[in-house]
Every structure is written in C-alpha cells, then in structure tokens.
Design a protein around this ligand. Structure first.
Ligand code: CMP
Length: 345
C-alpha cells in the first residue's frame, strides 16, 4: 500500500468560509512549519486525548509542502469534510500542512481490509468502491462518488482496516497520516465523545451496548438546536438522512391522516429518540416530528450508524411493533373522541 490513504463516511457536508485559513496566515504558518522535520511514526496506542495543548505544542508537526494550486484544491476538498468542522483554525491549518496528494490509477487498492491503518483519505475526485469479506465472499458494501472521506475507523479505534477501498476509474485523494490524525482529530473529538457518552448511558435502548459501541455512537453524533415549532422530520419525506436523540427540550409527534386531519400521537423529552425507522424500513417518514420550545438534539447520520452499529440496529427493530401499535391506537380514535371529556370518562 502506498503512503497515502483516504477516509470517511458520507456525511452532510457544510461549508464555512470563515473557518478557512486566509492566504497570508496560511503562508506564514507554512514557513514557520518548514522548521519542523517530518516526524517518525507514532502509534495511536500511547495517545492520551486528555493531554493539554501545551504538550501538543511541544510535539513535532508534519509538513508536506504544496504549491498554491495544490493547496487550493486541498482546501476545496477539505471544506466539505464534517470531521474537520469542529477543528479550530490552527488545528485545521496543521491538518492542511500535513496532508499530501495521492493520485490513484483505475483499480488501485487504496486500503486493504485487515491492514494496519496508515492514513485517512479525503476525496478530491474519482469514484471509490468499498468491499468487505462477508461469509467468505468479497462483497461491495458502499461506494463514494467524487466526495467524502474514508479510512477513519482504523485510526479512530486503533483497529485493523474494516474494509477494502479501491479506485474505480482513477482520481485524486488527499491523505492525512495516522499520527496527525490521532493528535488533532481524535483529541478534538474527545470532549464531544465524553459529553455524548454520558447522555447515551441513560438512553434506555442503548443500555445493552458495550462501552466501545456507545463510544462509536457518541463519535458519530452531531449537535443540532431547533427553535420552537420547527419541523425536524416531515411525514412522507423520503430523505432518510438522520435520526435523533432528544438531549434538552421536547418534541411532539403528529400524524396527518388521509383526510388531512392532524393527530398528536405523543411527546418525548430528554432521552427520547426518533427517526430510527429509516434504519429499519426503507419507507417514507411515518409522522411529523417538531420541537416544542427550544430543543437540542444529537443527530446521527444513518449511513454512519449502519456502518458502526449493526447490533444496535437489531435492538431498534424491537421497537417497530410498539410503533405500529401506537399508530393503530391513534388512527382508530376519532378526533372528537380524543379530546372529548365525555368519551374519555
Ligand atoms: P477503515 O476501517 O479505517 O478503512 C476502510 C474504510 O472504509 C473504513 O475505515 C471506512 O472509512 C470506509 N467504509 C465505508 N463503508 C464501510 C462499511 N460498510 N464498513 C466498513 N468500512 C466502511
């Protein structure tokens, strides 16, 4: 395998120009960093994500010099990587400094299942197929189409490569070495992981998960805040991108029947979760979910969830019957019955 690698789940990608390094600032940092040599590889095992930043500053940093043209292409590719969104400007610049270009020929294997993790990869261009050996067969399990990143799992969890990733038709990747990934990305992730882990411990359906599984859920979660009355999920939507945990506030579930009559089914507060039916059934959203007051949710990308947590999917399947019953109960009630004191007494 070459020295470069790639990475990432297909995740929602946001752009934020303010977080991009300005040219002068970037060049200054580049010159500063030329002083540092390329450091020898360091394994993730000894890494302590709680080390403070002064320790971090004492570490040597990797710099792979780039032309302006390369840097512009790199920045454009990295702007869309969700994992980088929570880095501050300095951390992001260190990542850019360390990354190096990796050009693939058609059919190249960028990552081989079972190998040690060397790099994380961001896609600039090209299509990449993901294969896994399942019951002795090498099966295609995912693909990337000119965007996204991959190769983070082995680095994040110090595990062998979970899949093989090959270039279909050639293309360009940007690779980030393991040492820099662990030093910057894993550290930036540690605070968020702790916050979500504590919360997830109290989520009933996740209580049977092992600690490392809960960590993976925590890593994949992103915070999102909703104003009072915002629609989080719209009944009938076929875009099944996220599911949600209520962290603060309240949400209500409303079913609109064939006659356009809206019926509130129930409400959830902190610890509740919704949107997971998308993981289980390939059907449009079953009800509308909206916030009651300002509500904070942890959002989990469906693809990341499926990749990380097969066992959890099985656990959630048990709830399908429960939902069916809830919907049945609500549908069988007439609107007047539901609100009339006479009928309810
Ligand atoms: P890693 O295990 O480091 O190397 C292989 C990469 O393939 C993996 O990280 C993920 O980034 C990516 N990948 C994409 N889809 C899958 C999948 N279904 N299972 C495992 N890895 C996947």
């Amino acid at each position: 395998m070459s020295s470069g690698s790639k990475v990432n789940f297909e995740q929602p990608e946001e752009e934020d120009d303010e977080d991009m390094p300005e040219d002068e600032e970037f060049l200054r940092r580049m010159r500063e960093k030329q002083k540092y040599g390329r450091r020898k590889s360091v394994s993730a095992e000894g890494y302590d994500p709680d080390k403070d930043d002064e320790d971090d500053d004492a570490e040597e940093r990797i710099v792979n010099p780039k032309s302006d043209e390369q840097r512009n292409r790199l920045i454009a590719a990295c702007q869309k990587v969700l994992l980088f969104n929570r880095l501050d400007k300095d951390q992001f610049n260190q990542v850019l400094d360390a990354m190096f270009e990796h050009v693939c020929q058609p059919g190249d294997s960028v990552i081989n299942e079972g190998d040690d993790g060397d790099n994380f990869y961001v896609i600039e261009s090209g299509n990449y197929d993901v294969y896994k050996v399942i019951n002795g067969d090498n099966l295609k399990v995912a693909s990337y189409d000119n965007k996204g990143s991959f190769g983070e799992l082995a680095l994040m969890y110090n595990a062998p490569r979970a899949a093989t990733v090959s270039s279909v038709d050639g293309g360009t990747l940007w690779a980030l070495d393991r040492q820099t990934y662990v030093r910057i990305i894993v550290r930036a992730n540690a605070k968020k992981r702790r916050m979500y882990e504590q919360f997830l411990q109290n989520v009933h359906i996740l209580q049977t998960l092992e600690e490392f599984e809960r960590q993976k859920v925590a890593d994949a979660m992103e915070p999102k805040e909703f104003e009072d009355g915002e629609i989080i999920i719209q009944q009938g939507d076929t875009k099944l991108d996220y599911f949600y945990f209520v962290m603060e506030g309240e949400v209500k579930y409303v079913l609109t029947d064939d006659d356009d009559v809206e019926k509130e089914i129930k409400r959830d507060t902190a610890g509740g979760y919704f949107g997971e039916l998308a993981l289980i059934q390939d059907k449009p959203r079953a009800v509308t979910v909206s916030s009651v007051g300002v509500t904070k949710c942890g959002c989990l990308d469906v693809q990341a969830f499926e990749r990380l947590l097969g066992p959890c999917k099985e656990i959630m399947k048990r709830n399908v019957d429960l939902y069916a019953k809830e919907l049945e109960q609500v549908s069988s009630k007439q609107p007047a019955e539901a609100s009339s004191p006479e009928t309810s007494n």
